[in-house]
Design a protein around this ligand. Structure first.
Ligand code: GLU
Length: 471
């Protein structure tokens, strides 16, 4: 029962078809990514189709989130975005076509009747299938009796999904029923719109989440009823959290825009998500161009991808460390602006180097930069650090250090360190004895980037005032 989708000569056409009923989840992004990569690798066409027929659940805000998320990740559609809500005429016409060809029929069974039959099935511990009561009918009980449209499916036999990832998935047609295609007013259901659109958009490969596998046999029957070749199907494994359960909000961030706000880089997200269900040898980190060159459905696995937040942090930190400091600063700018911090401050290019080593996210980098925006000459001390390190003797030492640093020219970290080393040698002290007291005097606490680098960023006046301010 399998029919080849494309003859091999026709161009590859794939689509990402999200429903705008919530945030764009990382699972959805992974689906979009695989479609996009597949199209890029094969020289095909990537279509974006927003499935907004469910008026009650679709929101503008969610559509915005989809478009913003895709733009942020740089996954640009070759065609679209299309909106199903703009395409109702097509669905109507296709429904009429199917009715005319005998592939669909009207069903006047009332909700009450169907509920009764369902209850009867349940009493016998059988799962309910519509009993095709109206299949032979041409008229309803009265001219204005409400009705729905149903698909006319074969009563027996089987349907085989020749899935590119899962292999053959066989469904007995007796497990299916003549499902509803549209309400009497012509307003269509999900399975109908998807197939009409996939046919109209000449989609050759349907690559989507495994949660849609149950819809696929029904959709295949619709292709057959329309008399058009089926596309190829690939159903992706689920994404699980570290606890082995389906990834959800419980696991922390789940929407792609949250990851943006948390300071993850789009290229980290793409590489990381690509690996949740696909692998290429044991390579963990990929550049986008590499993914576009290498991605292959044949290398997609059947088992769930595990979303390991620690791995994501590590990969993001790695990319942050590998960036040119000016590029990192550029990425930090929106976060600085959002905090009302002056992203054009002259000392920032120097400071960014200091936070680059440790930051796993742009938010962490910006948090590291924040203290340098305080250019005041007095410091608010962390009480414990002050008690421990700013003893009267240490305070005097810090002030002396300030005097020794004052003439250093240029005011650069290595020069400052050289002067301080000479100062310590003269007194027979080591850096440990003056380093932490000076750090507390300068930064207020005991944790900061290297001391002399911090001094360079703050500049001579601020540094000397703070060191001298402890006496
Ligand atoms: N609109 C469906 C969803 O968001 C996807 C439909 C499909 O890919 O066939 O889950």
């Amino acid at each position: 029962m399998t029919a080849p989708a494309s003859d091999g000569a026709s161009p590859i056409r794939v689509r990402f078809a999200p429903s705008p009923t919530g945030d764009l989840h990382v699972g959805g992004v992974r689906t979009a990514l695989y479609n996009w990569l597949f199209a890029r690798r094969q020289g095909g066409v990537f279509i974006l189709r927003v499935e907004d027929t469910d008026e009650a659940r679709s929101t503008e805000q969610s559509t915005r989130a989809i478009l913003d998320g895709m733009a942020w990740l740089g996954m640009h559609a070759d065609e679209g975005p299309f909106f199903q809500s703009d395409r109702t005429e097509l669905y109507r016409a296709k429904l009429a076509e199917l009715v005319a060809s005998g592939g669909a029929y009207r069903c006047w069974c009332s909700k009450e009747t169907l509920d009764e039959r369902r209850a009867a099935f349940e009493r016998e511990k059988k799962s309910f299938r519509y009993e095709r009561t109206c299949r032979g009918r041409t008229e309803g009980p009265s001219p204005d009796a409400p009705f729905v449209y149903r698909a006319k499916l074969p009563a027996d036999g089987e349907v085989v999904v020749d899935d590119l990832i899962l292999g053959e998935v066989v469904t007995d047609n007796r497990e299916l029923d003549d499902f509803v295609l549209a309400r009497g007013n012509g307003s269509p259901v999900y399975n109908f719109c998807v197939v009409v659109d996939d046919i109209d958009m000449r989609v050759t490969h349907v690559i989507r989440g495994g949660d849609h596998l149950a819809n696929t046999p029904k959709q295949i029957h619709l292709y057959d009823l329309f008399g058009v070749p089926r596309p190829k199907f690939a159903h992706l494994p689920m994404i699980h959290g570290m606890d082995g359960k389906k990834l959800s909000k419980r696991h922390g961030a789940a929407s792609i825009m949250q990851f943006k706000e948390l300071g993850y880089l789009p290229e980290t997200m793409l590489s990381f998500l690509a690996r949740l269900g696909w692998s290429h040898g044991d390579q963990e980190v990929f550049e986008v161009e590499e993914l576009q060159r290498l991605f292959d459905l044949k290398e997609c696995g059947k088992s769930a991808g595990i979303f390991d937040m620690k791995k994501l942090d590590w990969q993001n930190g790695l990319r942050i460390r590998q960036m040119a400091p000016v590029a990192l600063l550029d990425r930090c700018k929106p976060f600085l602006d959002a905090k009302g911090l002056d992203s054009s401050a002259a000392w920032l290019p120097r400071a960014v180097v200091l936070v680059q080593e440790r930051a796993r996210t742009l938010v962490e980098a910006v948090n590291g930069l924040t203290m340098f925006f305080d250019r005041g000459t007095t410091v608010k001390f962390d009480e414990k650090s002050a008690t421990k390190f700013l003893t009267p003797a240490n305070r005097a030492l810090v002030a002396e250090l300030a005097d020794c640093l004052a003439p250093v020219e240029p005011w650069l970290s290595p020069d400052l360190e050289r002067a301080a080393t000479a100062f310590l040698a003269e007194r027979g002290l080591d850096m440990k004895q003056v380093g932490q007291p000076a750090r507390v005097a300068l930064t207020g606490g005991t944790v900061s980037p290297p001391l002399f680098d911090c001094m360079e960023v703050w500049g001579r006046d601020v540094t000397l005032a703070r060191l001298r301010g402890v006496v």
